[in-house]
Design a protein around this ligand. Structure first.
Ligand code: AMP
Ligand code: ZN
Length: 140
């Protein structure tokens, strides 16, 4: 339910201060302490779950259904017309806090944010291999 060593569990429990903007039974949303832009929010499940794939569907829906409303509020407050949702799973992805969180990051033209999007091409035949492996992995 809660991990006593987790910074976000401590925030939910009120043991670490935060600027909370929204909460309900399942969800907690607050300002990121090191924002990529003013209004940068973190939206988390109240119970401790490390990664997205460990979240039961109901819990995932209970949290993510608030993202559009929170995204709109952030845009309105900071005067942005766009926002990005970022959600990292695992250290290699950039996940520093092992408690599921969705970043809501307000965006502006030429704000300098964004990924290095080093897109590449599949070698001949490789996309078909990957496609088949995925279909096999997803077979029910
Ligand atoms: P990630 O790198 O995706 O795991 O993101 C973790 C985020 O948590 C970072 O953007 C941090 O700035 C933010 N963060 C860490 N500690 C706190 C805190 N005490 N209050 C608010 N945000 C925090
Ligand atoms: Zn936690």
């Amino acid at each position: 339910m809660s991990d006593p060593s987790c910074v976000f569990c401590k925030i939910v429990a009120g043991q670490i201060p935060c600027a909370c903007v929204f909460q309900d039974d399942a969800t907690f949303a607050f300002l990121d302490i090191n924002p990529l832009a003013e209004g940068h929010l973190l939206v988390i499940p109240k119970r401790h779950i490390e990664r997205l794939e460990q979240m039961p569907a109901e819990s995932l829906m209970a949290v993510t259904r608030h993202l559009p409303m929170l995204g709109q509020a952030v845009m309105k407050v900071v005067g942005a017309t766009a926002y990005s949702i970022l959600q990292n799973n695992g250290r290699e992805s950039g996940q520093d806090v092992p408690h599921v969180h969705f970043h809501i990051i307000p965006r502006r033209a030429a704000d300098g944010l964004g990924y290095r999007w080093n897109a590449s091409k599949y070698a001949p035949g490789r996309a078909e291999q990957v496609h088949q492996r995925l279909l096999a992995a997803l077979k029910r």
